[in-house]
Design a protein around this ligand. Structure first.
Ligand SMILES: Nc1nc2c(c(=O)[nH]1)N[C@H]1C(S)=C(S)[C@@H](COP(=O)(O)OP(=O)(O)OC[C@H]3O[C@@H](n4cnc5c(=O)[nH]c(N)nc54)[C@H](O)[C@@H]3O)O[C@H]1N2
Ligand SMILES: Nc1nc2c(c(=O)[nH]1)N[C@H]1C(S)=C(S)[C@@H](COP(=O)(O)OP(=O)(O)OC[C@H]3O[C@@H](n4cnc5c(=O)[nH]c(N)nc54)[C@H](O)[C@@H]3O)O[C@H]1N2
Ligand code: SF4
Ligand SMILES: [Mo]
Length: 715
């Protein structure tokens, strides 16, 4: 696998190694050049059957994380607080003991719920976090489990659970064969796809166009994706539900439905969407009624069409309704489970089918203060602050964050920052000091991707093609480093030793047995016991990946997790929320609404410490339409104050016709200076946190935060 080759001056030996990028869901295969223990070159691996040679600037920067002197490699303990804090390296045993003591102290004195966990995005991209982290997390009996899910894709998971009986049995657009790709609130040209693992989106879109296919995009901003679409329609933030429901309405009134035989309850859907006319949608959203009707007809007539909605339509007040309506567009037109439509994967390790990921459950318990319902054992992260600050039984006293940064990534970061600062104990498993981990008493840093074996459990489940790939660690870990799975194992053992009320013995022993096996061993076992015929030995021989083939149609109804193997098209939860939407006044479009954005060179709130991704033109500005600037007597480049119900920020404004009038946009993941402290961030990175403006009181019925369409003033 390592093809050693001597460089001309033979001063050092350059090696080529196959690697993988885990920074986003595209999971590109890489060819890395290694010299003197460093990555000196990175390109896409053309032999990778899924990513086909694609790479983006972040993939090239993967080596920068590995080499970054600011990256934590040994545990650190905080001495002092706030701007005066110092960090001291300590040994692993001491560090793990302090963390286990802190957690056990809170639980023993105040009960299970006194300990809270927050799991951030990179957990989904680490094999060890999935095989071992989740096992450890599940052994804690606290109700206060949180993750980035509730500022992201919670409505998708809830609708998967409601329609198909499993939170991750989610169809993905068959991008390689579709002839009509209808996109709401997603920007795959920058994000490289989400809940749709689609490396080389630009190349795949080119092929779609060469086939004569179309892509139609609804977005309040003319994004990178909108610019390469066949059609882009501005939609007022937070009003997509009206548009999507009007499309369903049109399908029924024009007799354009062709549902599969296992879908029940369509008469109820027809009745429920009856009032949502294209005219009402036009008034709410700004999209013309004729366009809505025309697009619906084209969608229904296309030979293989896929509707897709992502962040922009998940993180809004009617996110669940939006995600339901997207599924229904595909179902009602017979495009679900059909070539060119929205299809299900058949991964080598079927994490869904084999029950490695639970089906999900809803509202088994509620949060203590606000009574917000759980999903899959997690509470909405928007309630975390109040659970920390509200006294009483069950108050959170200790927090463990794992690969996350909720101070920047969840609503009202300023208030959460303050709340975390007031905890009795805080610890983090993270490779950087960030705006959240700076409150930790101890930070436990695992190895990074290049130092550990990788197999993608979740993203093969959501990929546009069935493939399998195992990538051995590119670099060996040093003796004083720990893999994340080793940290999870050791922490589990230590905490359980200290707890007065332990988990039931059987459960503990099962967890311990699982935690003692390495992730790679578990992958080998899962492959061996699966039905794909792919083995770890084969994958080791083919580190570029093995192609299983294009997505297979006709998997339903047998793959459904519903009891009767049928789809109930109008779940009660959705019916109730449609009533709520019906009772709402149709939005007038008078308020100025804030939305977020992602840039190809950003990675949520981190990776701002590499020069490669941060030099050049800054991209932290508030984007605003020139007419909106004029109306306020503001000029391009001015420092403006953006204020919401929750807070205010000062930031430079940039005039652009790429946002629709009445809409302003800030990127998320910025705002690194807190208390005058800057952490692991290149000096050229400036900007503010959009989540100092977002409102933790505004939740979708699923519990997801409303991050899109926040009313603001700009002065
Ligand atoms: N307003 C607004 N808010 C948003 C969003 C938005 O669009 N708008 N997007 C939301 C979305 S989609 C997401 S996913 C969240 C992300 O928010 P979070 O998941 O809370 O945070 P990240 O910014 O991804 O931070 C990841 C942390 O993990 C650390 N890390 C990286 N690799 C590893 C590793 O291998 N192991 C460990 N232990 N740590 C690691 C990094 O150092 C970093 O500190 O933000 C959400 N917040
Ligand atoms: N470069 C880069 N890639 C990433 C990430 C990153 O930080 N940087 N993060 C990764 C993560 S964690 C995720 S979850 C994915 C997200 O993947 P995407 O969802 O594709 O990414 P976003 O850029 O958040 O796209 C959301 C789009 O919704 C639009 N929008 C906002 N409000 C509304 C609305 O009310 N209606 C409609 N129709 N549109 C709206 C925004 O303008 C934006 O274009 O990206 C992943 N990939
Ligand atoms: S698109 Fe970029 S960040 Fe995403 S996996 Fe590929 S190289 Fe990594
Ligand atoms: Mo995300």
């Amino acid at each position: 696998m390592a093809l050693a080759s001597r460089t001309c001056d033979d001063a050092s030996v350059a090696e080529q190694k196959i690697g993988v990028c885990n920074l986003c869901e595209a999971t590109c295969g890489l060819l890395l050049t290694i010299e003197d223990g460093r990555v000196t070159g990175a390109r896409g691996n053309p032999d990778d059957p899924l990513s086909r040679g694609h790479i983006c600037p972040k993939g090239v920067a993967l080596g920068d994380i590995h080499a970054d002197p600011d990256r934590l490699r040994r545990p650190v303990r905080r001495i002092g607080k706030g701007p005066d804090a110092r960090w001291e390296e300590i040994g692993w045993d001491e560090a793990l003991d302090i963390v286990a003591d802190g957690i056990a102290r809170a639980v023993n004195a105040h009960g299970d719920d006194a300990f809270a966990l927050y799991l951030g995005n990179p957990n989904a991209h680490s094999l060890g976090a999935l095989t071992h982290g989740l096992t450890m997390v599940q052994t804690f009996r606290t109700r206060n489990k949180f993750s980035a899910t509730s500022v992201d894709q919670l409505p998708h998971q809830l609708i998967g659970h409601q329609l198909y009986g499993h939170q991750l049995l989610l169809p993905v657009p068959d991008i390689d064969r579709t002839s009509y790709f209808l996109v709401f609130g997603a920007n795959p040209m920058a994000s490289n796809g989400s809940l749709m693992t689609v490396p080389d989106f630009p190349g795949r879109l080119r092929e779609l166009h060469e086939r004569g296919g179309r892509m139609v995009v609804f977005d309040p901003r003319r994004t990178e994706t909108a610019k390469v679409a066949d059609e882009h329609h501005f939609v007022r933030p937070g009003t997509d539900a009206w548009v999507l429901l009007a499309m369903l309405h049109t399908l029924f009134t024009e007799g354009l439905t062709a549902p599969a035989s296992y879908v029940d309850g369509l008469a109820a859907v027809e009745a429920a969407v009856a009032g949502f006319t294209p005219e009402a949608a036009e008034q709410a959203s700004g999209v013309s009624a004729e366009e809505i009707v025309r697009i619906t007809r084209e969608f229904a007539a296309a030979d293989g069409a896929a509707a897709y909605g992502r962040m922009g339509v998940s993180t809004q007040e009617f996110g669940l309704v939006c995600q339901w309506a997207v599924q229904l567009l595909n179902l009602v037109t017979g495009n679900t489970d059909r070539v060119g439509g929205a299809m299900f994967t058949s991964p080598a390790i079927d994490a869904v089918g084999r029950g490695l990921i639970g089906r999900g459950h809803h509202d088994r318990f509620r949060s203590r203060v606000r009574q917000a319902p759980e999903f899959g054992g997690e509470l909405p992260v928007s309630v975390l602050r109040e659970e920390i600050e509200t006294p009483g039984e069950g108050q959170v006293r200790a927090l463990l964050t794992i690969a996350g940064n909720p101070v920047l990534s969840t609503p009202d970061g300023v208030a959460l920052d303050r709340a975390i600062d007031g905890l009795d104990f805080c610890a983090s498993i993270d490779i950087y000091l960030n705006e959240t981990t700076r409150h930790a008493d101890v930070i436990l840093p695992p190895t990074t991707l290049l130092e550990r074996d990788h197999y993608d459990l979740p993203f093969h489940v959501l990929a546009v093609r069935d493939t399998a790939r195992f990538t051995p660690a590119v670099f060996p870990k040093s003796r004083d480093q720990r893999h994340d799975w080793e940290i999870f194992r050791d922490l589990h053992l230590r905490v359980n030793r200290r707890l007065e009320r332990k988990a039931p013995l059987r459960r503990r022993l099962v967890a311990e047995a699982r935690l003692r096996m390495s992730p790679t061993f578990l992958i080998g076992m899962l492959l061996r016991t699966g039905r794909s015929g792919v083995t770890l030995t084969q994958l080791r021989k083919h580190p570029e990946g093995v192609d299983i083939g294009a997505l297979q149609p006709d998997q339903l109804p047998s793959r459904l997790f519903t009891r009767d193997k049928r789809i109930q098209a109008l779940p009660d939860l959705v019916a109730g929320d449609l009533d709520r939407l019906r009772r709402q006044e149709v939005p007038t479009g008078e308020e100025l609404l804030l939305i977020g954005r992602r840039h190809q060179r950003d990675c949520n709130s981190w990776m701002h410490n590499t020069d490669r991704l941060t030099r050049g033109r800054t991209r932290h500005h508030l984007l605003m339409h020139p007419a909106d600037l004029d109306a306020r007597g503001l000029v391009d480049g001015a420092l403006v104050t953006v204020a919401s119900r929750v807070g205010k920020v000062e930031v430079e404004v940039k005039a652009t016709e790429d946002v629709m009038p009445g809409v302003v946009s800030l990127p998320h993941g910025y705002g690194h200076q807190r208390d005058g402290v800057r952490l692991a961030v290149a000096s050229q990175v400036v900007g503010v946190s959009i989540n100092d403006l977002t409102d933790p009181d505004r939740l979708d019925v699923s519990g997801n935060a409303v991050l899109s369409g926040v009313p603001v003033t700009v002065s």
